[in-house]
Design a binder for this molecule. Sequence first.
Ligand code: ZN
Length: 282
Amino acid sequence: MKIYIQTDIEGVAGFFSFEDRDTQTLENFHHRQRMYRLLTGEVSAAVKGAKDAGADTIYVNDNHGSAYNILFEELEGGCEILHGRGGHSPEWLTELKQGWDAMVLVGMHAMGGELGAVCPHSKWEVNGGRIYMSEASMAMALAGDLGIPAVFVSGDQVITGEVKEKNPDIVTGVVKHSYGPNFCRSVLPARAQEIIREGVRKGIEGRRKIKPYVIKGPVNLNLLDAPGHIPPLEPVLKKPVKGKNITEVFEKALVKFPWAHYGKTKMDWYRYPSNLSGKKPK
Ligand SMILES: [Zn+2]
């Protein structure tokens, strides 16, 4: 049985503020290592839950920021990990294909503008605002187009609530209660891990009763966000992208979003074959 675990960090218990990627102090270094450890603990719990349910192929997508957050040498065995900045390219859910049995979502955060949630950002506007989606429900919809059900989601009460509203049969693991963008009440890591391990097992075991989440086409799509993710949010594209289904519009739109280019214009620009000329891309 093949299970795809999509991860992010903002929804992990104990995480309440975007990490500082620039300040070179010992305190910041240790703070970030702690956040990575909390994430790694929750992802390990998800891998254990998948194995409890009988999974024998488990891929973990390390999707937050640098796409190199999970301490994979400390991760529960029996999985393989997708990491590196290609995770922000058009292959956002790299290797997710027909034939995977279920998707699991760990550490998810609320969509942009949800000011009662920790670190809300990215708000997908579908069909002129008839549907709004978070990164979590977007992943669920892309899996849905492939016939794959999303069976579990963890994070705060806001994101789990949004996903559950779209997919009432999904199992949710609420590991913290948000009060605002930088304030929450978290359960302790051991409890978060119990909630996730148990929820993932339950979700995977019940996967045949959970419908893949599909948004009927044709659709149009834009992303609403703002510099620093601080509202008011603005459309990122001048015009929404149109297509026959969510997968098509997402692929067309993704390359145009600022976060599709993280790393490519800084650290990794010289590694990309198109940049072997040695010229830094504009
Ligand atoms: Zn993130």
